[in-house]
Ligand binder design. Structure first.
Ligand SMILES: [Zn+2]
Length: 582
């Protein structure tokens, strides 16, 4: 937290709310809230910490991690150049500042995101630092306070940034199990992968006055629905009205509110920690000893696939993954499984057609199968909302996952979605929190979970079904933090760069296998899945059995521990240490 921005030397600043010209020092004295109109200006992480924690209590946690550019990502600029620029302009090492401190005398661990640093995007380093802050809270037995400000996942780190949603969520799950309070404070703006994970799966969610939070951004929703958005859409008051946050807090009251909440929970906490730590204090040691029976990454070179699959251009693979003839979840339920009995409903008011689930048999064994459902014709696709789940769909999936765990059934998920539903009502119904809860629940679900990316694995909507002991991927499927079109629209001059974006994102099965995001690639018939669905089903069935059977003998507690290791290893250290792709 060294350099305060040179910007501070400017004497005057114009309010983004009412355009008043304000004396900078006066504004700062007022916590960067406009004295004229009450607009809450965005705060950098250092200033936020200064405002929140007790004087003299701040102890910054280490923020230096090995450089990581796991995809060797280049758009119009190489990713390392963007990182260097962000460091120079903010004086920060990364997009989050983590610390221990006291608030109103109550010790906490804090992670404060900084939107100025590449839009507060969640990359491997940010995920690693927040996870370490959560682990510190667990070690110290203190609450964890997260201050979020983010546009979402960091595209330049592709699917590895998506994995951070699971990594941080499982750290939150560990605090939940230990009976330690987690609080997130949403500040403006909090979107995408951050909204759909640790911003909303904490015990308490506070929204700072004027903050906006959502899974899909307003621009995207407007573009897709072609409609104007409701007044105040995704603002703190909107979130409160729709039951998504506990309270809306003015900045000047934030410190006091946090102190009161921390005091209340402290008083109520049992004297003795309920859960013994099983793991050594240092997560490095934990990582070092992952003699992971199941999560062990096999050497891709030694995988002995039936011949190396011909290298296909990433963009061609994207088109293949989206082919309308490609088998859907219901097709696989018919061809790979037997005796499928579909179960419906989220028990909260809806049944989402984009998610199908129920009990079935796989080679005589009972399993719970949950998957996205697309369709082959336009009518089918429309009826299934193109496989884009609503919050009700995610809640149905959650209900079935928990049911499976209670019944001792393994869970098999089939992932094929462009992403979660980018609509107004999905946001009103708590899209981000629904996805976040599924991700967290899967990290600790005490039953085997096997995920297969069968077609499109689109961002958080896909991950909500893909936190698993083993993640398989069909050869012509894709799995990505953002669609190539979306990525191109943001990082390139225009959408026509989608094919370049597809290549840069490393979203194909062989790439993701090399990055360790996927454990096994299931080869497709030489033509493609849609040309020979029977052969595809045959291969998928064999792969499911080969991966599921060893999981059945592992005690649930061990499964959960290994699953945690699997997702914990996507931290920046590991990724940084991994050799590049070429
Ligand atoms: Zn103002």
């Amino acid at each position: 937290m060294t350099a305060t921005a040179p910007r501070e030397e400017q004497l005057w600043s114009r309010c983004a709310g009412c355009a008043s010209l304000l004396y900078r020092k006066r504004l700062r004295r007022n916590l960067d809230v406009c004295p004229e109109c009450g607009e809450h200006a965005r705060l950098g992480a250092p200033e936020r910490l200064r405002q929140l924690v007790d004087q003299g209590s701040l102890c910054l946690l280490p923020d230096r991690l090995p450089e990581a550019d796991p995809l060797e990502f280049v758009d119009v600029l190489p990713y390392p150049h963007r990182l260097t620029g962000a460091r120079a302009s903010t004086g920060l090492a990364e997009g989050v500042v983590c610390a221990t401190a006291t608030i109103g005398g109550h010790p906490v661990a804090l992670a404060v995101m900084d939107f100025r640093f590449l839009g507060g995007s969640l990359g491997c380093a940010v995920g690693e630092l927040i996870t370490r802050a959560a682990e510190r809270a667990l070690d110290d037995r203190t609450p964890l306070v997260l201050i979020t400000a983010s546009g979402g996942a960091r595209m330049q780190e592709g699917a590895l940034s998506l994995m951070q949603m699971a990594t941080v969520s499982q750290a939150i799950a560990a605090l939940r199990e230990a009976g330690l309070l987690t609080v997130s404070v949403l500040t403006d703006p909090t979107y995408g992968g951050v909204a759909a994970s640790f911003a909303t799966n904490t015990d308490l969610v506070l929204a700072e006055s004027g903050a906006r939070m959502g899974f899909a951004g307003p621009r995207v929703i407007r573009q897709i629905t072609g409609r104007a958005l409701p007044e105040g859409f995704q603002t703190a008051d909107f979130l409160l009205r729709h039951g998504q946050v506990d309270m809306v807090v003015q900045r000047r009251s934030l410190r006091g509110r946090l102190a009161a909440l921390l005091a209340a929970t402290r008083a109520g906490r049992p004297a003795r920690p309920p859960v013994p730590r099983q793991e050594p204090a240092s997560h490095h040691e934990r990582l070092a000893d992952d003699g992971a029976v199941l999560a062990r990454p096999t050497d891709p070179a030694a995988e002995g696939d039936a011949g190396t699959p011909a290298v296909r251009d990433a963009w061609d693979t994207v088109r293949m993954a989206r082919h309308p003839g490609r088998p859907t979840t219901l097709d696989y339920l018919d061809s790979v499984f037997d005796g499928f009995v579909e179960l419906h409903g989220d028990r909260l008011g809806a049944d989402c057609p984009a998610i199908v689930g129920g009990v079935a048999r796989l080679a005589g064994r009972h399993v719970m199968v949950i998957g996205h459902q697309k369709g082959h014709t336009t009518a089918e696709l429309v009826a299934r909302n193109f496989g884009m789940a609503s919050p009700a769909g995610h809640r149905k999936a959650l209900r079935l996952m928990r049911l499976a765990a209670r019944l001792g059934l393994p869970v098999v998920t089939l992932v094929d979605t462009p992403g979660a539903d980018p609509g107004v009502s999905a946001e009103e119904q708590g899209q981000a929190a629904a996805i976040a809860e599924n991700i967290l629940t899967l990290t600790v679900l005490p039953t085997p979970v096997l995920a297969v990316i069968t077609g499109e694995g689109g961002s958080g909507g896909a991950l909500a079904l893909a936190v698993a002991d083993r993640v398989l991927m069909l050869e012509n499927a894709v799995y990505s933090v953002i669609s190539p079109e979306g990525c191109a629209a943001i990082l390139w001059p225009d959408r026509s760069a989608a094919p370049q974006a597809a290549r840069a994102l490393r979203l194909t099965a062989p790439d993701l296998r090399r990055l360790g995001v996927v454990d096994e690639v299931v080869s497709e018939p030489s033509s493609a899945a849609h040309d020979d669905p029977a052969e595809t089903a045959h291969r998928l069935r064999a792969a499911l059995l080969a991966n599921l059977l060893p999981l059945l003998d592992v005690p649930p507690a061990m499964l959960v521990r290994l699953r945690r290791q699997r997702f914990r290893r996507f931290g920046a250290n590991r990724v940084g240490a991994r050799a590049g792709l070429r």
